[in-house]
Structure formats: structure tokens, C-alpha cells
Design a binder for this molecule. Structure first.
Ligand code: ADP
Length: 485
């Protein structure tokens, strides 16, 4: 029942301003009913210049440069408190814009708030070290902010992705130009009003909506941006890596995945089926660490598949994201919906067995809904086994031995997450070490935590976000050599 106004401008220097690029706007569409929500400004390269200039000025301004870590932390705590007070509004906006179930959006907000508090707590605990060298000399290190950081984020967890990027960057004293995904700018724009209320100096955080090829490109190639942190597709990540070389920007890239979930013969199959379900079907399957390949020991394959089907049948209710019993809402956009349905066709023409779902569905004839989809008898040569689908779409295949399980797990170009289920403690740790991925979950799946380093190997990315590794990625180490004569 609460009334609120959705800001639609570019957020530069703590103000909402119009884009200068000739009137182009982005219309946000509600994927549940396919209706326009509103139009927001789309940044041109000139607008990106203005946002970067604001961030540069803030970096060198005493109101940010000269405050203590404790004061930075206090601003972040304040922001977290404001987000907590407004979490229903933020979650509602996110459900309109993204289509995710409201309960999940509220859950994401809990993460956003806790993440800001956690990194707010780090803000006064970032320090260097002293290194004795010879009796006459020593050195010490300063952990300085990297500077102006461009942060480019995707549409699957708009606010949570923003918090994962803003939290560590702000704790370390950087200033930021953040570009939300053009599909889901609204919750982040509302969040910007809280940044002002929390008392952040103007220019510390700037938020520019815009298209990837215009605003994203301008940010990633900007000569006055010191770092670019990106989460999104592998193709765009590669492009950004090239673009960022113009001034040798520091980069952190978190890209695609095709994460395996391994079920060994001694696993608790009921638990494995439950986690396999949330690992792929949560958030409409739109998770970079989604466990989209389930690999099962041949001795328990039939039993596991039966339990998994039962779990999907009884739990994965598709419907109105504002209804309490809905597990799965619509895919975020028509393009994503069509992409997922395209993979259903590929799976069928490649000869895999469509064991469940695969059909589009709707709410009163509208919405980008897809039934939870399970393919079995999948071979590692098929595209549905190798390519990231980013939908409620899972492939199930069998393995015979531990070596084969590891080989199959590692047989894609990706290496983001992996899960394994076994009661054998030696096997679990042995396999966890052998899997080529940035994260492994033992007896759970996809259960990320903002305190733990997150990122991928191979074509799933470069560098780590979050945890101490994530903080290190937002600081420069300066060595100061002291000669005492
Ligand atoms: P998806 O295909 O899932 O939308 P993208 O990797 O294209 O994933 O998008 C993730 C983010 O990257 C979005 O904010 C998008 O606007 C941005 N983006 C897309 N293309 C570029 C580009 N060429 N340069 C910089 N950013 C881009």
C-alpha cells in the first residue's frame, strides 16, 4: 500500500539527470504481463564522461579521500539500514522488473543488507604490513584504493550484484560508476535515492543506465577509469578484456558457467535431488553458478532421476511471482525465453530424451514462462551439455568411475562452480581438488556467501570477488622503502 516514486534519470553527482544523447530511452518491461513499467534515460558516451569526471572529482575530494575507514564504514551501515527499512519497496520493484518471485527478491535484499554491513565492517580493517629487510632498512606497504572503478552488472540479481560490487569497492575507498543491465535498471535507481540519504559525498557512487554497446563500451574503454569489474556473458567479458587494455585497466571478470553437480553412488540421494533442484531451478535458472549438468553414477542413476523428477514436480510451481506458493516466475525477457526454448529444440534434434517440461506456459495468456525442463540421456558432444542455457533447463548424464566423473565435469570451456554429493569424506575432498572450477560445494549446491571468494577459472572469468581476495582486488599495494642510514 505504500506509495513511492521511481526515479528514471542517470544518477551522477548525487542527482538524477537527463541523458544528453539525443533522447534515447530504455523501456523496462514486466516479464510477467509483458507491459511497459516505465522508460529510463539511456547514457551516451558523453554522459559516461560526466559520470567518470564526477567519480574522479569525488576520489580527490577531501570529503571522501580524507575520511577514515571507520567513517566510510558508518556510511555503509547507514545505507544498509535504509535498505532494510525500504526492503519491501526494493523487492517489489525487482519483482516487476526481473520477474523473480517476491519471496526470493526479499531474500536477495537480506543478502544486500548483510553484504553492505559485512564490507562496512571491513572498511577500517584494511591495512598493509611492515617488512624488515636489513638492519638499516625496512619497508612497509599501503593499501590504497585503485581509483575510479567501472562496474558493469547483469540482470539476474540486480541489487545483489550491485551490492557485491559496491560493498568491497566502497570499503577500500574507491569511487564508482556502475552500469546496471539495460533489462533491469529500476531497483538500483531507487537504491540510489538511499545512497544520497545515507550521506555519501556526491560522485562517490554514480549509476548510469544504458545499453552495453554504448554506455558499457564507453565505460570499459574510458581512459580515466582505473578498473573495470564485470559480471555477464563470456563473449562480452572477452570483449571488455580487450577494450580495457586501452589504459591497462585492472580487471575482474565473472562470466558464464556450465556447472556440474556430481552424484556419487554413496550419496544421500534425497538430499542430492533437493539440492540439484534448487541448484538449477532457483531464480528461473538464471544463475551463473547454476548446476546445469547433473552427472550421476550409473548404479544410482534411475533412482536419482526418479527422486529428482518427483522433487521438480512437487516443488517447482510456475506462476505469478507475487503469489506465495510460486517457485518459478517468468524468464527475464522475451529474448531469454526464446533462447531457452531454442535449446529445447536443439536437445530434441540432438537425440537427448526430454524427460520433463520444455514447453512455454503463461499467466492469462501473457508472460515469458517456461516449464522446468529436464533432459536425460545426454552426451557430452551435445550443445545442451556444453553451452550455457541460463534457464530452468538441466541435462542429466551417467558416469561409471570417479575418473570419468572428473573428466566429464571438466569437459567444458567453463569453470565457475561445481557440486558433489558423497558420504565418503576422502572421495569428496579428492574430487573437490580435481575439479576445474573457482568454487566447489560439497553436499550442497550453488550456496554462495558474500564472505567467501567468488569467481571462475578457464572461460568463467579472471580474478575473485568477495572475501579478502575481493577486497584485495579493490586495492593497490604501494611499497614504501625506508632507509635509516
Ligand atoms: P546477457 O547476454 O546475459 O545480457 P551481457 O554480457 O551482454 O549478458 O550483459 C551483461 C552486462 O554487460 C550488461 O550490463 C550489458 O549492458 C553489458 N554489456 C553488453 N555488451 C557490452 C559491451 N560491448 N561493453 C561493455 N558492456 C557491455
Amino acid at each position: 500500500g505504500k506509495k513511492f516514486t521511481l526515479p528514471t534519470g542517470l544518477f551522477i553527482n548525487n542527482e538524477f539527470v537527463k541523458a544528453s544523447g539525443g533522447g534515447e530511452k530504455i523501456t523496462s518491461i514486466n516479464p510477467t504481463n509483458e507491459q511497459d513499467i516505465c522508460s529510463v534515460e539511456a547514457a551516451s558516451a558523453d554522459d559516461v564522461d560526466k559520470a567518470v569526471a564526477a567519480a574522479r572529482a569525488a576520489l580527490n575530494h577531501e570529503s571522501w579521500r580524507d575520511i577514515s575507514g571507520t567513517e566510510r564504514g558508518a556510511l555503509m551501515f547507514k545505507l544498509a539500514d535504509l535498505a532494510e527499512r525500504e526492503k519491501e519497496v526494493l523487492a517489489t520493484i525487482e519483482t516487476w522488473d526481473n520477474g523473480k518471485p517476491y519471496g526470493d527478491a526479499l531474500g536477495d535484499l537480506g543478502e544486500v543488507i548483510a553484504c553492505l554491513r559485512y564490507y562496512g565492517g571491513w572498511a577500517d580493517k584494511i591495512h598493509g604490513e611492515t617488512i624488515p629487510t636489513t638492519p638499516q632498512k625496512f619497508a612497509y606497504t599501503l593499501k590504497q584504493p585503485i581509483g575510479v572503478c567501472g562496474q558493469i552488472i547483469p540482470w539476474n540479481y540486480p541489487l545483489a550484484m550491485a551490492a557485491w560490487k559496491l560493498g568491497p569497492a566502497l570499503a577500500c575507498g574507491n569511487t564508482i560508476v556502475l552500469k546496471p543491465a539495460e533489462q533491469t535498471p529500476l531497483s538500483i535507481l531507487y537504491f540510489a535515492t538511499l545512497i544520497v540519504k545515507a550521506g555519501f559525498p556526491a560522485g562517490v557512487v554514480n549509476i548510469i543506465n544504458g545499453y552495453g554497446k554504448v554506455a558499457g563500451q564507453a565505460l570499459a574503454s574510458h581512459l580515466d577509469v582505473d578498473k573495470v569489474a564485470f559480471t555477464g556473458s563470456t563473449a562480452t567479458g572477452k570483449h571488455i578484456m580487450k577494450t580495457a587494455s586501452v589504459n591497462m585497466k585492472n580487471i575482474t571478470l565473472e562470466t558464464g558457467g556450465k556447472s556440474p553437480l556430481l552424484v556419487f553412488a554413496d550419496a544421500d540421494l534425497e538430499q542430492a535431488a533437493k539440492w540439484a533442484h534448487v541448484g538449477i531451478m532457483s531464480n528461473q535458472g538464471q544463475i551463473c553458478t547454476a548446476t546445469s549438468r547433473v552427472l550421476v553414477h550409473e548404479n544410482v542413476y534411475d533412482k536419482f532421476v526418479a527422486l529428482f523428477r518427483e522433487e521438480v514436480n512437487s516443488t517447482s510451481k510456475v506462476g505469478d511471482p507475487f503469489a506465495e506458493d510460486t517457485f518459478q516466475g517468468p524468464q527475464v525477457t522475451k529474448a531469454q525465453y526464446e533462447r531457452v526454448l531454442g535449446f529445447v529444440q536443439s536437445g530434441q534434434s540432438e537425440g537427448a530424451t526430454l524427460a520433463m517440461g520444455g514447453k512455454p506456459c503463461s499467466l492469462n495468456g501473457k508472460g515469458y514462462f517456461i516449464e522446468p525442463t529436464v533432459f536425460t540421456n545426454v552426451k557430452d558432444t551435445m550443445s545442451i551439455y556444453r553451452e550455457e542455457v541460463f534457464g530452468p533447463f538441466v541435462v542429466v548424464a551417467a558416469f561409471k568411475t570417479e575418473d570419468e566423473a572428473v573428466r566429464m565435469a571438466n569437459s567444458t570451456t567453463y569453470g565457475l562452480g561445481a557440486s558433489l554429493f558423497s558420504q565418503n569424506i576422502e572421495l569428496a575432498h579428492r574430487v573437490a581438488a580435481r575439479i576445474e572450477s573457482g568454487m566447489v560445494w560439497i553436499n550442497s549446491s550453488n550456496d554462495s556467501d558474500f564472505r567467501v571468494p567468488f569467481g571462475g577459472v578457464k572461460q568463467s572469468g579472471i580474478g575473485r570477488e568477495l572475501g579478502e581476495a575481493g577486497l584485495a582486488a579493490y586495492t593497490q599495494t604501494k611499497a614504501i622503502h625506508v632507509n635509516m642510514g
